[in-house]
Design a protein around this ligand. Sequence first.
Ligand SMILES: *[C@@H]1O[C@H](CO)[C@@H](O)[C@H](O)[C@H]1NC(C)=O
Ligand SMILES: *[C@@H]1O[C@H](CO)[C@@H](O)[C@H](O)[C@H]1NC(C)=O
Ligand SMILES: *[C@@H]1O[C@H](CO)[C@@H](O)[C@H](O)[C@H]1NC(C)=O
Ligand SMILES: *[C@@H]1O[C@H](CO)[C@@H](O)[C@H](O)[C@H]1NC(C)=O
Ligand SMILES: *[C@@H]1O[C@H](CO)[C@@H](O)[C@H](O)[C@H]1NC(C)=O
Ligand SMILES: *[C@@H]1O[C@H](CO)[C@@H](O)[C@H](O)[C@H]1NC(C)=O
Ligand SMILES: *[C@@H]1O[C@H](CO)[C@@H](O)[C@H](O)[C@H]1NC(C)=O
Length: 693
Amino acid sequence: MGCRSRHLSLSAILVFIFLACSSPLARPENLNKDVTNLLTAKATLSDEDNPFLQTWDSGSSICLWRGTQWSYMNGTSLNCDDPTVVANQTLLKDPEVVVTSIYLGATGLTGSIPKELGLLSSLHTLWLRENYLRGGIPLEIGNSASLSVLVLDRNGLNSSMPPSLWNLCPRLTILELDSNDLDGEIPVPVNPWTECSQLRELRLENNRLTGEIPSFLGDFTALYAVDLSNNSFSGSIPSDLSKLTNLTTFNVANNNLSGPLPSFMTRYDPSSFTGNPGLCGGPLSAECDGSSPSNRSTPQGSARSPSGGLGPKVVAGIIIGVLSFFVVAGSLLIFLTQARSRVPNEKKQLHVDLKREFDEEETGGDSGKIVHFEGGETLTAEDVLNATGEVLGKTSYGTVYKAKLSNGHTIALRLLREGTARDRGEFVPAIQELGMIRHRNLVPLRAYYSGPKEEKLLVYDYMPRGSLADLLHNGSSGKPGLSWERRHKIVLGAARGLAHLHTGLSTPLIHGNLKSKNILVDDNYIAHLSDYGLEKLMIPAATNDVITAAGTQGYKAPELIKLKKANTKTDIYSLGIVLLEVLTGKRPGKSVDWDEVVDLPAMVKAAVLEEKTADLFDFNIVRGNPRTPSEDGLVQALQLAMGCCAPTAVVRPEITEVIRQLEDIRPKVVSSVQSPPYTPDSASTRSREAFDY
Ligand SMILES: *[C@@H]1O[C@H](CO)[C@@H](O)[C@H](O)[C@H]1NC(C)=O
Ligand SMILES: *[C@@H]1O[C@H](CO)[C@@H](O)[C@H](O)[C@H]1NC(C)=O
Ligand SMILES: *[C@@H]1O[C@H](CO)[C@@H](O)[C@H](O)[C@H]1NC(C)=O
Ligand SMILES: *[C@@H]1O[C@H](CO)[C@@H](O)[C@H](O)[C@H]1NC(C)=O
Ligand SMILES: *[C@@H]1O[C@H](CO)[C@@H](O)[C@H](O)[C@H]1NC(C)=O
Ligand SMILES: *[C@@H]1O[C@H](CO)[C@@H](O)[C@H](O)[C@H]1NC(C)=O
Ligand SMILES: *[C@@H]1O[C@H](CO)[C@@H](O)[C@H](O)[C@H]1NC(C)=O
């Protein structure tokens, strides 16, 4: 039955066409193939109540079908900003119109993946993350003609992976099937010469996959992120993976792998291999029988290396070098050949008994003493001697240097200002306490050196991405990329670090100097607090200097003007200021140009009174975001921050409450419907970070 098959006046025909063709009863045969397939798929994806899928209707323009993107077969995308295109009902029938992406992440889909989605000839991206889909991945998906991004993570898919998936290979760039209920082995490609040369990301973690890690993955040379953790893989790590030169993220934790860790694997963090009782060697605690210790190489970023500790004379030399050159020159190659020749060939000491160390020092005359903490046991003098360094910053507590060791690792050295440290009776127990603290959101103290003239040098991990302050306020590159998701993640990490100090230790520790400069950020935007507990090492006069400086920087709780001692509530105040800083993008306290003082809490209060809260938020987190500030949790975050910055200390929340509220407003990973134009880069970066929240 055609729409035009009646003898009526022209206008009547037009009206009739409109009614008949826009009616949901219109016959599918008239419709474009992709439209027909999607209408069939709709019933399998979810039930009729799904508000997103309800928009998939032959009576409404394809421009209004939520989560879909369309183009002409010649590649020109459909301009759905043009009202005449939106109104054009003929597009539903135009055989030249094709669907190119489907973004239905976190849209409450409760059905299964329909095979019709594999029949869409130009579908490039299928993004169904965070739903309740069950069942399997249809064979048809693997045979899809154009698919290159397949993101099905965080569903309830309960089957095995179809071998046809590898048929996507020449085009496949991202495959995310993690956090499902998949079982069986990773299938072998039907065609043995399959080359997944574009595949950059393979995420299969949190499933029930078994069998060995296939060595053909080593041929997928573009891979830069592979996560197989939390499965039941067994066997050894295939040596073919060494061919993956671009692989930067690799995780096989919590499987049943065994055998020696291949040497090329030691560039990944040891946490990538935990939970595999049979793995041994490299940085792992289990040693392989018969492997020589000299082959153990070191994980990136930590100050480890194979031989003895820092020679005292050497460090003294460094300190002199540091004092006389670094501060002025900024960067310098340290060359102390004389001192190097006197490096004692000490044996590696893995578990240093601090008490004994200090006893030795007393009998050891005027030479200094090095104390190692976990992860810093094997810092060598050679490494440090050849280090190149530069000043990272100067604070009331002294100067911090970035030092690059000859083995490629970089460490952060903090030289305590002369005459600021407490005397040994108080200093030793305090440093011992700090050296024991380990938490994912705290920068670990790896070693400590005390020189013959009471010079004090603290060795920390170095964080290459810099601080939250750098990301927020320095340069043009970082800021636009600092989405609300990332900012939220950083603040939550900082809060967790602070919680560990306040509630996770036998005696609570006050940070005392929390500010965006002391929140360091790693490649995955995980926050690591620095400078914590230093006041325990300092004489009160030095601590007062710090508190005074904190005031000019705007992080100081009002009661600290009278009360000279920081406490947990003053830390919470500082955290509140950091949260305001992150939300507004404005630097608290005096700005660098000395032009104005931004009293952030006062500014927010004024804006709330004038009902202008929407203007407060940093342009970079609001721009291009289809969600409103309150949908995104921004308004709630603002309220939380204001609670933390309450002028009266007793009404400020405890850190555990702060964390609870932050977790409640954690932004959804991706706004899949109406998301901005998709690029594989942005998606993979986002998923890499989100996975490590
Ligand atoms: C593609 O096809 C559409 C509709 O047929 C047309 O409007 C557009 O100009 C074409 N684009 C190119 C690049 O040929
Ligand atoms: C509506 O779409 C059809 C099919 O693509 C096209 O041929 C026609 O020109 C369009 N009409 C208008 C008014 O744009
Ligand atoms: C997957 O789960 C569904 C619903 O729980 C169940 O009906 C189905 O049998 C399961 N399929 C497999 C292959 O286990
Ligand atoms: C590795 O990464 C670099 C830089 O992103 C890229 O140019 C190169 O093509 C990649 N190598 C492979 C084998 O894909
Ligand atoms: C692995 O599983 C454990 C326990 O189920 C969970 O806590 C952890 O977050 C999972 N790891 C990853 C990488 O998802
Ligand atoms: C782990 O692997 C070994 C063989 O390598 C096997 O005997 C054992 O049953 C496996 N354990 C589990 C829990 O799968
Ligand atoms: C240790 O390293 C040496 C050279 O660096 C190499 O010849 C030897 O085979 C390695 N041994 C093991 C057990 O990997």
